[in-house]
Design a protein around this ligand. Structure first.
Ligand SMILES: C[S@@+](CC[C@H](N)C(=O)[O-])C[C@H]1O[C@@H](n2cnc3c(N)ncnc32)[C@H](O)[C@@H]1O
Length: 256
């Protein structure tokens, strides 16, 4: 096994891979917003003309869904340029050319002047994108960057997994704790809580936090926790959404 640690470059290459691009393009084309996302967007993003930013937009699944709901002032970015190309292509086909799709890294938003020079009224980082940044300090950097480009009061909606979500998860993570204690974990992982696996979406790096970790990271980056709940507590999702995505925890924080 290649024991090189997973980096942002690994994650970016995995998302630029043809298997991942086809997977996320299909989701953008056919799946659209989940019911839980729709409910929370409606609750926390009331002004459809306010400038919103979506981080880790992939092929545009959520951005195009927002556009369809009437959100008119959208900027979306991803660091995987192949996915951004798909998003632009799909947007063109739907007459949504007013959406600004950018290639940018969530941990360094100063490189894109459109993002740097706008005070956004709300931000989204959906389908666990934030948790696909290796290294807690880098995830905090992304939270700080989103905080910096948002106006006071702006909501940030994002999702994570939750290591404590079920008894099965708790048992599996106890076993993983043993592996870390005895240095028997996958050597490519950066921190406890990380996973690196391969499925129909291609290769995926994912950090799975517990609830306390996220509360600490929000507080440490200037965000005020406003809401969190597991997806099943928010909505009943279709079979197609459940096939595409596992249970997750939704978070909303506000820039104080
Ligand atoms: C699970 S995919 C979700 C894509 C899309 N939001 C969706 O729901 O279909 C996570 C996305 O986050 C992006 N991402 C991960 N780290 C990033 C970073 N540092 N900067 C920008 N995008 C990032 C990936 O390239 C990927 O497109």
């Amino acid at each position: 096994m290649d024991a090189k640690k997973i980096t942002a470059a690994t994650v970016r290459a995995d998302f630029n891979d043809a298997v991942a691009v086809a997977h996320y393009a299909r989701a953008a084309h056919f799946l659209g917003l989940w019911e839980s996302e729709r409910i929370l967007i409606d609750r926390f993003f009331r002004n459809k003309n306010a400038p919103l930013i979506e981080a880790g937009c992939g092929a545009g699944r959520a951005t195009l869904g927002l556009w369809q709901l009437g959100y008119a002032n959208l900027t979306a970015f991803d660091f995987a340029e192949e996915l951004v190309a798909q998003a632009r292509f799909l947007a063109e086909g739907r007459g949504a050319t007013a959406i600004r799709f950018k290639v940018a890294d969530a941990t360094a938003l100063t490189t894109c002047h459109v993002i740097r020079d706008t005070a956004f009224s709300g931000a989204l980082f959906l389908f666990n994108g934030l948790m696909q940044i290796p290294g807690r300090e880098q995830r905090r950097a992304a939270l700080r960057e989103l905080h910096r480009v948002c106006a006071p009061g702006a909501p940030l909606l994002f999702t994570t997994h939750d290591r404590d979500a079920s008894p099965t998860e708790r048992v599996l993570w106890r076993l993983e704790t043993e592996r870390w204690i005895h240095a028997q974990q996958d050597p490519r992982l950066v921190e406890f809580g990380d996973r690196y696996f391969e499925d129909e979406a291609g290769r995926t790096f994912m950090h799975l936090p517990d609830r306390r970790e996220i509360l600490e990271d929000l507080a440490g980056t200037g965000w005020t926790h406003a809401f969190d709940a597991m997806r099943t507590e928010i909505a009943r999702e279709s079979r197609a959404v459940k096939d595409f995505s596992d249970e997750c925890r939704f978070w909303v924080a506000r820039k104080a």
